[in-house]
Design a protein around this ligand. Structure first.
Ligand SMILES: [Zn+2]
Length: 426
C-alpha cells in the first residue's frame, strides 16, 4: 500500500470509529456488551464481579490514555454486603418459579430451606395495621405460616411488618430487585412474587436459599485525568457508577446494561475524546468510575470524602446514570440548584437540536452526584428519558435491550456544555 492510501485508510477508519466526530458509538456498544456479560456476574459481589469489572475498566482507562490518580487507577475501600452465590429456588406448590422474573427474595435474607403454608389475606388491604386486625401474629409460627399480602400495602416486603416473620407480597407489575448491606433477623423470610404465579389453589411454597454475608468486601473506585491545556488547576469531573446488583442465586444475573454500563461507557468515551484532543481539555478533565452505588452511593461517598484532587477547584461534576434511551430527552437533577449552568445546557440544546427536551429537576440524593454536591461542589445528574428502555433493576436490563437512542447527541451536548460552564476562569 502507498503512503497516500495509508492516510486514506486511516482517515476512513477514524471516521468510521467516530473519532473525528467525537463519540464512538461502536466502541460504546462493545463496552456495554462486555460489562453486561456473564464475565462480570452483574458487577455485584458474587465471585467478586465488581472487582473483576474494576480490573477490566482500569485497563480501559489506561488504553484511553488517562493519567492515573492512584496506583493503576484504583482507590480501594470496604463495605459489608449480603450475597446469594448458591441455591435460590422457590416452588409454588409443584411449580418451580423463575428467579428474577417470577420472584425476588429480600436482599437481606439469610440462608433458609423450608416449606410454608400460605396464609392468604384479602387483596383489599392497604396498610400494615389492618394485618393485625385479621391475624394474631403470635400464632404464625404454628405450622410454618407465611402471610400473603397484596401489592396495596406499599413496600411491605421491603420494610417488613413487625411480628410477621415470614411474608410474601404479590406484585401485579414489574418485579425488580435491590441490594442490602445488612442481614434480616434470623428466620425472617420476605419474598415478592408475581401475582399470576400463585392461585387460590396454591397452598404451600418451598424456599431453598443460600446466602453469604461478606464482611468488609473490598471494592474499588477508579479515577484518571487529562491535564487541562489552559487552566489545569480547574477541574471538570465526569462520574458514573459501574457496579450493579450482581447475582441472585447461581444462574440469575442482573446485567445492568442501562444501569449503569451505559453511563460508564459514556465516561470512558469522553475520556478517549479528551485524551485524543487535549486542546479541547482547557480545564483538567477528571474521569471517575465508582462502585457501591447500588449499595447506597458507597463508592461516591468514599471518593468525595477522600478525593485525589481539590474539590474546591472542581468547577462542575457531571454524573451519568442510565443514559441508554433519550427519545423523550434528558433529565437534569439539580437543575434548580444551578440555574445558570442548566440554562446553558438548554440553550445549547435549542441551538444544536440534540435531544427533544431537557427536563429540569430539583435536588435528589438518588445517584453519585449527591456526595459531591453535599460537599459544596456544583453537580448535575443527567439521565435519558424514553419508553424504548424501561428496564430498571431487572434481569432484562441487557445490552441487547439497550437502544442508546440519543447517545451521540448527549455526548456532543455534554462536550459543548463543559466548554461553557458559567463561572469558570477565562
Ligand atoms: Zn441502580
Amino acid at each position: 500500500m502507498t503512503g497516500a492510501k495509508n492516510i486514506q485508510t486511516l482517515l476512513l477508519s477514524l471516521l468510521i470509529s467516530g473519532v473525528l466526530s467525537g463519540q464512538n458509538l461502536q466502541a460504546t456498544k462493545r463496552l456495554v456488551d462486555k460489562l453486561a456479560s456473564h464475565r462480570f456476574e452483574g458487577r455485584g459481589y458474587v465471585k467478586n464481579g465488581d472487582v473483576r469489572a474494576a480490573n477490566y475498566l482500569s485497563k480501559e482507562m489506561k488504553k484511553a490514555g488517562l493519567i492515573p490518580y492512584f496506583d493503576s487507577y484504583k482507590q480501594p475501600y470496604h463495605f459489608n454486603i449480603n450475597t446469594f452465590p448458591g441455591n435460590c429456588k422457590l416452588f409454588a406448590g409443584e411449580n418451580e418459579l423463575v428467579p428474577g422474573r417470577d420472584f425476588v427474595i429480600h436482599p437481606g435474607m439469610r440462608a433458609v430451606e423450608m416449606s410454608f403454608n400460605l396464609r392468604w389475606l384479602p387483596d383489599t388491604l392497604t396498610s400494615a395495621s389492618q394485618v393485625y386486625q385479621l391475624i394474631d401474629t403470635t400464632t404464625l409460627h404454628e405450622g410454618n405460616q407465611i402471610v400473603v399480602l397484596p401489592a396495596g400495602i406499599k413496600n411491605a416486603w421491603r420494610h417488613g411488618i413487625a411480628g410477621v416473620p415470614a411474608l410474601l407480597q404479590t406484585e401485579k407489575g414489574r418485579i425488580w430487585w435491590h441490594t442490602s448491606t445488612t442481614q434480616l433477623a434470623d428466620g425472617a423470610v420476605r419474598i415478592k412474587v408475581k401475582e399470576d404465579k400463585l392461585s387460590a389453589a396454591t397452598k404451600t411454597i418451598r424456599l431453598e436459599l443460600d446466602a453469604e454475608f461478606k464482611q468488609d468486601h473490598q471494592s474499588y473506585n477508579l479515577a484518571g485525568f487529562v491535564r487541562g491545556s489552559r487552566q489545569p488547576d480547574s477541574l471538570i469531573v465526569f462520574v458514573a457508577h459501574y457496579d450493579h446488583l450482581g447475582m441472585m442465586g447461581k444462574k440469575t444475573m442482573f446485567p445492568g446494561a442501562s444501569d449503569n454500563a451505559s453511563g460508564t461507557a459514556l465516561v470512558l468515551d469522553l475520556a478517549h475524546y479528551y485524551a485524543i484532543n487535549p486542546s479541547k481539555a482547557e480545564y483538567t478533565m477528571a474521569f471517575v468510575l465508582v462502585s457501591g452505588e447500588e449499595a447506597g452511593l458507597l463508592g461516591s461517598k468514599y471518593f468525595a470524602s477522600n478525593p485525589p484532587f481539590d474539590l474546591s477547584k472542581t468547577a462542575f461534576v457531571v454524573n451519568f446514570d442510565m443514559v441508554g434511551s433519550g427519545s423523550e430527552g434528558i433529565t437534569v437533577v439539580n437543575a434548580l440548584q444551578f440555574p445558570e449552568a442548566f440554562a446553558s445546557i438548554r440553550s445549547l440544546n435549542e441551538a444544536g437540536k440534540f435531544v427533544s427536551k431537557v427536563v429540569e429537576r430539583g435536588e435528589s440524593c438518588n445517584s453519585d452526584h449527591c456526595p459531591f454536591y453535599e460537599k459544596g461542589v456544583p453537580a448535575f445528574f443527567i439521565h435519558t428519558q424514553g419508553p424504548e428502555n424501561q428496564h430498571y433493576h431487572d434481569t432484562e436490563d441487557k445490552a441487547a435491550n439497550l437502544p442508546l437512542t440519543k447517545y451521540e447527541a448527549l455526548f456532543e451536548l455534554m462536550t459543548l456544555f463543559v466548554e461553557k460552564i458559567p463561572g469558570l476562569p477565562k
